[in-house]
Design a protein around this ligand. Structure first.
Ligand SMILES: Nc1ncnc2c1ncn2[C@@H]1O[C@H](COP(=O)(O)OP(=O)(O)OP(=O)(O)O)[C@@H](O)[C@H]1O
Ligand SMILES: [Mg+2]
Length: 281
């Protein structure tokens, strides 16, 4: 009966199933095309981010990873496409998203203390006119503690190392109390200790039922860190659980000749091995 009705409305069962995915997913992108000039940086991309999972966005330099996220979040204009956040328009859901941009794009040339950077994450709650209270400061401090940066609260953000800044930006995202966390290369240029600290915070968020999307370059850790993967090279190459979407074939398609065959085979095998280990426990 439902099917008949759907057909009468001109909606196919596939469209109906997709409408259900769009209604339930933290983030869906449909038919997204973005162009800075003549050549699209992102072409006709569909993405469905699964709730409560950690998803890696993977692809070579210039593949359009940052552009796709910026367009999805309304930071750069799209030529076409539809984006839904928790089934609704982005504008109504902004408070549920925390976004940490790629580090190179943040320039701190004015003096700001670390604790103030984190409190910026509270601004939705604070509004423009409300006074900052001790409770707000305490909340910001707790977020700094979660990323191991409490001792740096009164330092100038510009005086921190890149890895330390990255931790502070994660603390600011935590202060937002969002449901969807989008991080563009949080591990770029950070040392092993910072990487471990960041991944453990992200895994905690997942345990709290939050959804995490991360642009990630280190192919060797994809299977270890993430549930799902989204491979892109201007167009979508593959999407799904790491075990099925992160294979020698999809990697080769995303990176072309830029990865040695041996390396690709090894990574595909590593993802498959990860599956069997997960399956065995
Ligand atoms: N502001 C801009 N103006 C013009 N072209 C841009 C701009 N930003 C990005 N591009 C171009 O769009 C394409 C995609 O860039 P994007 O930054 O999205 O790639 P990326 O996958 O995030 O790469 P990386 O891994 O290096 O961060 C590239 O060819 C890039 O040169
Ligand atoms: Mg980028």
């Amino acid at each position: 009966m439902t099917v008949v009705l759907a057909r009468e409305n001109g909606i196919s069962p596939e469209q109906e199933a997709d409408a259900a995915r769009i209604a339930n997913a933290p983030l869906t992108i449909r038919g997204l095309t973005v162009s800075y000039g003549d050549k699209p940086a992102v072409f006709s991309v569909d993405m469905t981010v699964e709730a409560g999972k950690m998803t890696a966005i993977v692809g070579p330099n210039g593949a359009g990873k940052s552009t796709m996220l910026k367009a999805a979040l309304g930071i750069v204009p799209a030529l076409s496409g539809r984006v839904n956040v928790f089934g609704a328009a982005l504008e109504t859901q902004r408070g549920r998203i925390a976004y940490v941009p790629q580090r190179a794009s943040v320039d701190w040339d004015f003096p700001t203390r670390v604790i103030d950077v984190v409190m910026m994450g509270l601004y939705r709650e604070l509004g423009l006119l409300k006074r900052i209270t001790g409770a707000h400061r305490a909340a910001a401090r707790t977020c700094l503690e979660r990323v191991g940066m409490a001792d740096f609260a009164t330092r100038q953000i510009g005086q921190l190392s890149g890895g330390q800044q990255q931790r502070v930006f994660l603390a600011r995202a935590l202060a937002q109390g969002a449901d969807l966390y989008v991080l563009d290369e949080p591990f770029a240029g950070v040392d092993a200790a910072t990487e471990k600290a960041i991944i453990s915070v992200l895994k905690q968020l997942r345990e709290e039922g939050k959804t995490v999307v991360v642009v990630h370059h280190d192919l060797a850790t994809v299977a270890d860190y993430f549930d799902n993967v989204f491979l892109i090279n201007t167009r979508k190459i593959a999407e799904g659980p790491v075990q099925t979407a992160f294979t020698a074939e999809t990697l080769q398609a995303a990176y072309g000749g830029r990865l040695a065959t041996a390396q690709v085979d090894q990574l595909g095998a590593a993802a498959a091995l990860h599956t069997s280990q997960v399956g065995a426990t």
